[in-house]
Design a protein around this ligand. Structure first.
Ligand code: EPU
Length: 417
């Protein structure tokens, strides 16, 4: 069991550099299964989700190296065996192996995908799309057995622009017969990153990043390479921390356009933000004004920044309304914030956050990845010592978070008991 011990209220100054995006790389790795060629993925964050996916690739017969943020994957000896529960159930993105194994090998067997417990998180859009494209899917008590004679390209419409389903159908459609059109596709930047990677291998994809994506099936793919885009959620988390504790605090290697929603809200709250190319400089103001936050799909305010932002709102003078619209269960961190002295009334998926409240260090739990980020922000602004348990969740998504923050003045210890 790992825990973080944080001494709060340290002033922060200096630079934090942003790593590659977790939610891109967790799709890029399974997507390589579509080719027997060699793939190079650069700017790969060293996080536990990546380590898990590397193990899954090796289980399938891939030869993988991971050094200096560069992942090389050689799939020339892949054998599409069953993906064991040990892996699949621990990581949500294991569902991308369904699209890539079915697309390339016409057969996939795996346990149900895991991931953070933040709602029911069904994968019916994925499954129904694969079925419409010709797959036969048998659901057993412990997972799926899937077969297809070769996917056929069709029109797919999503009731909701799901990130995972958009990427999975895009992956599945690359080697399909004919043309697939995804309508009401998700527009998150990670989708364009995955499309660019597939295009580098020889896929024919247009419209990724817009609401309609067109994939013209090709017979086979060759070698591929890509740079993982910067992690907009990691960047956002550090900007929130800098807005509360920083003086001339710089977050570098950011694509500002990917976090416009957050920057706009921080400015509304009174934070001074200066964007210069890929560097964003932030300083805490004397007082923060309340702002309302409603999480939604890109380019709206990201659900993955909702929890750290809710900690920020406890420091705003007045009442802020917080609304989560993507997941049913993303307010499980609120009791922990209240335990630290926050004044938050949560109802289902909304919360009224009254500030400013002085937080005090306590023993708290990271109930999921972004809840862990919320607790980390809380511990950093609290008086005294905060201990965060279940920190494995946080380490799944933030590369070297402890050293990145300690380098700019924080006092955080990672303890492995
Ligand atoms: N949904 C369905 N059926 C489906 C798929 C989704 O009803 O078949 C619903 C979900 O239950 C949810 C909503 O649609 O209410 C959005 O889900 P989406 O499919 O967009 O999310 P996801 O692909 O499961 C990815 C990220 C999440 C991030 C969301 C939204 C990965 C591995 N996960 O999840 O990341 O919150 O997109 O941007 O890419 C995180 O990083 O903390 C995280 C949870």
């Amino acid at each position: 069991m790992k825990k973080l011990v944080i001494e709060g209220k340290r002033d922060l100054k200096g630079e934090v550099h942003i790593s590659g995006a977790k939610n891109s790389v967790v799709a890029l790795i399974p997507a390589t299964i579509l080719t027997r060629g060699k793939c190079i993925i650069r700017n790969v964050p060293d996080i536990s989700d990546v380590r898990m996916l590397i193990s899954m690739m090796r289980e399938l017969g891939s030869v993988v190296t991971f050094e200096n943020e560069i992942l090389t994957i050689d799939n020339s000896n892949v054998n599409p065996t069953c993906i064991s529960e040990e892996y699949a159930s621990k990581i949500r993105a294991s569902y991308y192996f369904m699209g890539s194994l079915l697309g390339r090998y016409h057969h996939a067997e795996m346990s149900f995908p895991g991931g953070c417990v933040i709602g029911s998180r069904p994968i019916d859009f994925h499954i129904n799309s694969f079925k419409k494209m010709g797959a036969k899917i048998e659901e057993k008590f412990d997972g799926f057995i899937m077969n297809v004679d070769g996917f056929k390209g069709i029109d797919i419409f999503f009731d909701f622009p799901s990130v995972g389903a958009t990427v999975n159908v895009m992956i599945a459609a690359v080697l399909a017969k004919g043309t697939t059109r995804i309508v009401n596709a998700a527009r998150e930047p990670e989708i364009e990153n995955v499309a660019d990677f597939l295009i580098s291998m020889g896929a024919k994809i247009t419209g990724a990043g817009s609401g309609t994506i067109i994939i013209e099936g090709v017979e086979n793919l060759g070698d591929g390479e890509i740079d993982v885009i910067p992690d907009r959620i990691e960047a956002g988390t550090y900007l929130i921390i800098g807005s509360l504790l920083g003086t001339d605090f710089k977050v570098t290697g950011v694509i500002e356009e990917h976090i416009t929603s957050l920057i706009s809200k921080l400015k509304d709250a009174g934070v001074s933000i200066d964007v210069n190319g890929s560097t964003i400089k932030v300083s805490k103001p004397d007082r923060l004004k309340p702002v309302n936050i409603k999480t939604t799909v890109y380019p709206g305010f990201p659900t993955d920044l909702g929890q750290p932002m809710s900690t920020f709102l406890t420091q705003c003078e007045g009442e802020s309304l917080f609304e989560e619209t993507i997941y049913e269960n993303r307010l499980r961190h609120i009791p922990h914030l209240n335990n630290m002295g926050a004044d938050i009334k949560a109802f289902d998926k909304t919360a009224i956050i009254k500030g400013k409240t002085d937080l005090v260090g306590r023993k708290v739990k990271a109930t999921d990845l972004r809840a862990g980020a919320s607790m980390l922000v809380a511990g950093m602004i609290a008086d005294g010592t905060t201990t965060i348990y279940n920190i494995e969740h946080l380490l799944r998504g933030y590369e070297r978070i402890v050293s990145k923050l300690n380098n700019v003045g924080a006092n955080i210890k990672l303890i492995d008991e």
